[in-house]
Ligand binder design. Structure first.
Ligand SMILES: [Zn+2]
Length: 63
């Protein structure tokens, strides 16, 4: 089995290809914020002025 792409630990069946749900979340967040604009079409267009959701992960983390 391939190792977890996030932390390189052995992956587990339940969260393949990651070692845990936590790493899966990390990867998901990375993917969402890095290369994909979240289609906020639930009537929450006020969020579109970029107060968090549209920022790359890690850029504003130390605020
Ligand atoms: Zn991991």
């Amino acid at each position: 089995m391939k190792p977890c792409p996030i932390c390189k630990k052995p992956a587990v069946e339940a969260s393949k290809p990651f070692c845990s749900e936590r790493c899966r979340d990390v990867d998901l967040n990375r993917w969402l914020s890095g290369s994909y604009a979240i289609p906020a079409r639930d009537g929450e267009e006020e969020d579109e002025d970029g107060d968090g959701l549209n920022l790359p992960a890690g850029d504003r983390r130390d605020r």
